[in-house]
Design a binder for this molecule. Structure first.
Ligand code: G3I
Length: 511
């Protein structure tokens, strides 16, 4: 079986009609608010965007939309160390000054971005090899920059992307880590607080939106800093999504809530949505993007601890996503400055509306009808009960390979038309040290080997129940002949148990 990530396969829609009902005509929709900024204000939230200072003076339509639609701005590059201080003690504030001036003119909140990061450092900093020299350089950079914008930039990203899932100690081995050790993180927050005691200081990172290993490591790191009264006030979950697979709203909301319960302000700090992972018509990509943005923005609006959503730009043509070599349509306005469906997804999200959920597409997901509709794959399936589970449970035991487990085989009708979906399941593994569980759709199309569309992966300790959740989008080039939902993943001999399996289609909730 070809193990192919869900959306690396060339799948394009059978035909626009197949999604006909899901494609909503936004042209005649009368929003409750004329702008995103008004919608956000009604919820007591901020809607922001990354800003390219050069465009402010060269693109008047860009400047107009920026002023009208957004109540907050983050300089995309202008306040990073490299652009600000290209040589030691030689500053270029021109770009940052123009962004700050425009923001103040339009009563927009400013967030500075970012002091310690492994990218866009000036070469003179990258060549430092003495720890105290690096400390002094960082302190002086913070003091000079924060003093200039004191009372104007009141929120700063102090540390960016310090966690690295693949590094032995869990920390990205950047120059700060190499010379100062992991304590550079608290040192940076202490320095920034001394430079501007009134500023709110944030940690910022990507791939920490959904519950999982990196989010857990980040949570423990920030919980420790807060417990030791290190001056940290917020966290930014960057949310660089792919519209074919992104965090489920319930998962994101639980994650936002646990950071907020530490006393931190939480933000969606760099939202955009790659479309290239969903090979299909532009309408399909836009439809999936609209729902992904609605779910993500509504998750913030519905959580009291989430204060701001910032898009990482708003015009597709100027997005950093295109720097990566693939054609993306990651933001809210197309190349004609027209609002895309994603704009309306943000609008509905700002109005606190999640996408509409259809009925669960999984049959007997609660195992109240014993094992009907489920089969064991190279394993022995049994219906069981657990003290710590209120519902019946299905277990795959005597698993003979990592691909064996449990499957529901008759889901072709559910997915034949493609669309956007969200799933959840309670899962448990028994018999080994932490192991990973895969949830996937196994798709067969005539004339092709079966392909595996990965929906989610969770690494969990043995003997505990964990919730797996995720959202995804599908589009087909040729209609599939069979679609199965599969749970697999741990090594052979490890038992896999599941219950409360649900999978719902997501529909736009406009108006
Ligand atoms: O300003 C120079 C210009 O003088 C030069 O001619 C040109 C060609 O080399 O490069 C220009 O600098 C570019 C800069 O953007 C300004 O346009 C850099 O090459 C380019 O690497 C830089 O990309 C930025 C990227 O961070 C750097 O890693 C993107 O615009 C920016 O959107 C992106 O933003 C980051 C966040 O800060 C942190 N989270 C991830 C996010 C995406 O990578």
């Amino acid at each position: 079986m070809r193990a192919t990530d869900a959306f690396g396969i060339g799948l394009a829609m059978v035909g626009a009609t197949a999604l006909g009902s899901a494609c909503v005509d936004y042209s005649n929709m009368e929003p409750s608010f004329a702008t995103l900024r008004q919608a956000a204000q009604a919820q007591g939230k901020l809607i922001g965007t990354a800003v390219d200072g050069a465009l402010l003076s060269t693109d008047s339509e860009y400047a107009r939309l920026l002023a009208e639609e957004f109540s907050a701005v983050t300089p995309e590059n202008a306040t990073k160390w490299g652009p600000l201080e290209p040589q030691d003690d030689t500053y270029d504030f021109s770009d940052a000054d123009s962004i700050v001036a425009a923001a103040l003119d339009h009563d927009q909140s400013l967030k500075g971005h970012v002091f310690t990061w492994h990218q866009q450092l000036p070469s003179w900093v990258e060549s430092i090899s003495d720890p105290d020299e690096l400390r002094l350089a960082l302190r002086e950079h913070m003091e000079t920059t924060m003093a200039r914008y004191r009372g104007q930039i009141k929120v700063w990203d102090v540390v960016n992307e310090a966690v690295d899932d693949n590094a032995p100690a869990g920390y990205r081995e950047n120059i700060f880590y190499e010379l100062l050790g992991p304590d550079y993180i608290e040192e940076a927050f202490l320095m920034a607080h001394e430079a501007d005691p009134d500023a709110l200081l944030y940690y910022n990172d990507y791939a920490i939106e959904r519950m999982g290993h990196k989010a857990d490591f980040t949570y423990q790191m920030l919980r420790d800093l807060v417990a030791r009264d290190i001056p940290i006030h917020g966290i930014g979950m960057q949310s660089h999504l792919s519209v074919h697979r992104y965090p489920a709203a319930d998962d994101l909301r639980d994650n936002i809530r646990r950071f907020a319960d530490l006393g931190l302000r939480v933000e969606i700090s760099e939202l955009d949505g790659r479309t290239s992972g969903l090979t299909g018509t532009l309408d399909q990509q836009y439809e999936a993007q609209r729902i992904a943005f609605q779910e993500t923005v509504a998750s913030c609006v519905l959580e009291p601890g989430c204060a701001r959503v910032t898009l990482w730009g708003f015009l597709d043509e100027y997005s950093w996503l295109d720097d990566e070599g693939t054609e993306e349509h990651g933001l809210l306005f197309d190349d004609n400055y027209e609002k895309k469906p994603s704009y309306w997804g943000v609008m509905d999200g700002l109005r606190g509306k999640l996408a509409k959920r259809g009925p669960t597409l999984v049959k007997n997901g609660d195992f109240e009808d014993e094992l009907d509709h489920w089969v064991g794959v190279d394993s022995t399936l049994s219906l069981e009960s657990f003290e710590d589970q209120a519902h019946p449970v299905a277990c795959a035991r005597d698993r003979s390979s990592s691909e064996s487990g449990l499957s529901q085989v008759d889901l072709l009708d559910a997915f034949a038309s493609g669309g956007s979906f969200t799933f959840r399941a309670e899962v448990r593994q028994e018999g080994t040290a932490p192991a990973g569980i895969n949830v996937a759709l196994i798709v067969e199309q005539s004339g092709q080997d079966p392909s595996t569309l990965s929906l989610g992966y969770l690494y969990l300790e043995e003997g505990v129940w964990r919730t797996m959740r995720g959202s995804f989008a599908l589009a087909w080039e040729a209609p599939p002949t069979s679609v199965r939902l599969s749970f697999s993943g741990p090594d052979p001999g490890v038992d896999l148990c599941i219950t409360q399996v649900a999978l719902n289609q997501l529909h736009p909730a406009p108006g």
